[in-house]
Design a protein around this ligand. Structure first.
Ligand code: ADP
Ligand code: MG
Length: 684
């Protein structure tokens, strides 16, 4: 027997393994089982090149628990190690600048383990003593036992061992007793070892017999050694892919399609990505991609490894070029990881383009499930946008689909405004904005359905990408003004008429601290509605964005919703209100107005006299006179408004037109609705 010192700056390494690595301690099992798998595969390789000529036999890796001895053993029949190899690979944890490194990464367990091949030593996270009993495959080799109790000292002695290969025996310490439980080991093997390329057995298969669980002869193999992604795509059918999907995500609906990745240059990458049926909640869908390195499970949180939008996909990625065990921050900076991530983005875009090209109809049928994903990608990855702009589909209110180019051609003629800007009309709610959609269609316009979760952001992006174009929600204005053209209709109203009608309508519009109305006028056709309610595009978007983001743009979030009541200057009912007004209060209003006008004349004179003078040069009498005139004007204005409001209150038609406009915007509710119904009956 010999004794020695483990060749690390060892005073540091064990406390670090014990303490800092504590939170990830379950990964020791992955490390030990994958070492056993490596050793078995090495033996196969040696046999295949003729360097190992002995009997290979069965190469299963076995995991066993001994409850009495409190040990967990991982056994393989792989290459084994000679005493010299133990010294070289286990004792000399060979690296330079150890202390500096440990200092830098002391909070990052995975970085240490992965970077320095400390995989084997992770066993000390859970064991107070570890033994290696091993017999090398080399002819005439002597079996040896290495033993270490977690201090930097180890012992090495010759033993008798008949079978080739290695047993790693862990004497589990008291704080980690769960690793002696069958259920826990089963869980870990299932998580980390499910697709390892060499069979891994944990105990025997069991069966229920006469109410008791009995062991069978057969080994309980926990893994599938040839998972689907390692096979050739040409040999696989849709059903195989769907079955594998169900194995991975037992409770899920079938995916809409898949991408089988198979790259060997300039890096190695295999995998299968699935497009799930995306429901409306982005959050729930994430964290479904599993990342493997040579079939060893590494993680299922792949953010930072693949672009954010790809985390909506499901499936597996396997690349030996993504360093095993490496920390998140390290991965982000890794050049290979970046290349892989760009490559996946490209492949996904190419696959979508291919389906679009070969099966446009099928693509359209799947569009509603794809749209969120594609918009997410276009919003966040420039390169993806470039590819996706050829297959992104606009859907209009008739359920027809168009590419960007196709759609532009369709609306070019009719929807270009007087400034040569192309106007894209859209609705966010076909039901609620129904009358506006009809109004726009009546003018020969096309309306897009943009009711998705990301659509408001996406519209902003398109406005930046498309040249000389803008998007206008269909209820953003009256149909006549959605797309301003040169020839507007002539108005039948004078400015005095408009002034009076503004007071008349303002007196009856709803006013709360959540919303306010501005009355405006527009010369529309006599067959258009007498009054319409619109909401300014800019304000509405700002409010929507602030609601989506929370915080930040709260200034807009707290503003009341402001609407316009657009009165149709050419509608006969509006003319009727006007002549009614003239009849009932016309003289009164006109006499007030002429008084205001003469005072305004006076006011102008006074202002003129002040011109060019400094404030202190103006005599006090003049200042007083001006203030007096202003006061009188404001009193008269108030009086005029009062007269018109009085008229308005008694005029059922005004309330009726406003209520009809509110009603077609789905804004007439509660008591106001009841009143409306009652008034309607009276009017009939
Ligand atoms: P890594 O696997 O990254 O090389 P480890 O600390 O896990 O680092 O293992 C160190 C070395 O010890 C391995 O490279 C291998 O040479 C040897 N080794 C570990 N486990 C076994 C085993 N079960 N059979 C044969 N050799 C092994
Ligand atoms: Mg290892």
């Amino acid at each position: 027997m010999s004794k020695g010192h483990i060749g690390v700056t060892s005073e540091n390494i064990f406390p670090i393994i014990k303490k800092f690595l504590y939170s990830d301690h379950e990964i020791f099992l992955r490390e030990l089982v994958s070492n056993a798998v490596d050793a078995s595969q090495k033996l196969k390789t040696l046999a295949s090149v003729g360097e190992f000529k002995g009997e290979m036999g069965e190469l299963k890796v076995k995991v066993t628990i001994d409850e009495k001895k409190k040990t967990l053993t991982i056994s393989d029949r792989g290459v084994g190690m000679t005493a010299e190899e133990i010294d070289k690979y286990i004792n000399q944890i060979a690296f330079s600048g150890a202390e500096e490194f440990l200092d830098k990464y002391k909070n990052d367990a995975n970085a240490i383990i992965g970077h320095f091949g400390l995989g084997f030593y992770s066993s000390f996270m859970v064991a107070k003593k570890v033994e290696i009993q091993t017999l090398s495959h080399q002819e005439g080799a002597q079996a040896v036992k290495w033993s270490c109790d977690g201090s930097p000292e180890y012992t090495l002695e010759d033993i008798k061992k008949d079978d080739r290969g290695t047993d790693i025996v862990l004497y589990i310490d008291d704080e980690n007793k769960q690793f002696l439980e069958k259920a826990e080991i089963t869980r870990l093997l299932n998580k980390y070892c499910r697709f390892l390329p060499v069979e891994v057995a944990f105990g025997k298969k069991t069966e229920w017999k006469d109410g008791k669980e009995v062991e069978l002869e057969e080994d309980n193999v926990v893994n599938e050694t040839n998972p689907l992604w390692t096979k050739k795509p040409a040999d696989l059918k849709d059903e195989d892919y769907n079955k594998f999907y169900r194995d991975l995500y037992p409770m899920s609906e079938d995916p809409i399609f898949n991408i089988h990745l198979n790259v060997d240059y300039p890096f190695n990458l295999t995998g299968i990505l699935y497009f799930p049926k995306i429901k409306n909640n982005v959050e729930v869908q994430k964290n479904k991609i599993q990342l493997y390195s040579n079939q060893v499970f590494i993680t299922d949180s792949v953010e930072n490894i693949v672009p954010e939008f790809l985390t909506l996909l499901h499936g597996v990625l396997d690349s030996p070029d993504i360093p095993l065990n490496v920390s998140r921050s390290y991965l982000q900076a890794d050049g290979n990881v970046k290349k892989i991530s760009n490559h996946i983005t490209k492949k996904v875009a190419d696959r979508l383009a291919e389906i679009f090209k070969n099966d446009r109809k099928g693509f359209e049928e799947k569009w509603d499930s794809l749209k969120l994903f594609i918009e997410y990608g276009m919003l966040t990855e420039e390169k993806f946008y470039d590819k996706a702009q050829k297959f992104y589909l606009f859907k209009n209110t008739d359920g027809k689909y168009f590419t960007f180019d196709e759609y532009k051609d369709i609306i070019k003629e009719n929807q270009t405004d007087k400034d040569k800007q192309l106007v894209y009309l859209y609705t966010t709610n076909v039901e609620e904005q129904h009358s506006f959609i009809e109004g726009a269609k009546a003018k020969g316009y096309d309306v897009l359905e943009m009711d998705g979760q990301l659509d408001s952001h996406f519209i902003n992006q398109l406005e930046q990408k498309f040249e000389k174009s803008r998007f206008v929600r269909v209820d953003g204005d009256v149909a006549e003004k959605l797309i301003p053209k040169e020839n507007t209709l002539e108005s039948k109203l004078s400015s005095g008429d408009k002034d009076d009608l503004t007071s008349v309508f303002s007196a009856q519009v709803p006013s709360t601290d959540k919303m306010n109305f501005i009355v405006t006028f527009e010369a529309m056709g006599a067959d258009a509605n007498p009054a319409i309610i619109t909401q300014q595009e800019f304000m509405r978007r700002m409010k929507e964005m602030s609601a989506m983001q929370g915080g930040g743009m709260n200034f807009y979030g707290e503003m009341p919703d402001s609407y316009q009541l657009v009165v149709n200057e050419n509608h006969p009912l509006v003319e009727r209100i006007l002549s009614d007004k003239n009849e009932k209060v016309g003289e009164q209003v006109n006499s007030v107005r002429s008084k205001i006008e003469s005072l305004n004349g006076k006011r102008q004179e006074l202002e003129k006299a002040k011109e060019g003078k400094k404030d202190e040069e103006v005599p006090q009498v003049q200042k007083d006179e001006l203030a007096d005139v202003d006061k009188k004007i404001s009193e008269l204005n108030t009086k005029k408004t009062e007269i018109l409001s009085g008229f308005s209150t008694d005029n059922k038609l005004v309330s009726q037109l406003i209520d009809l406009a509110l009603l077609s915007n789905n804004m007439l509710k509660g008591e106001a609705l009841t009143k409306f119904v009652k008034r309607s009956i009276d009017l009939i």
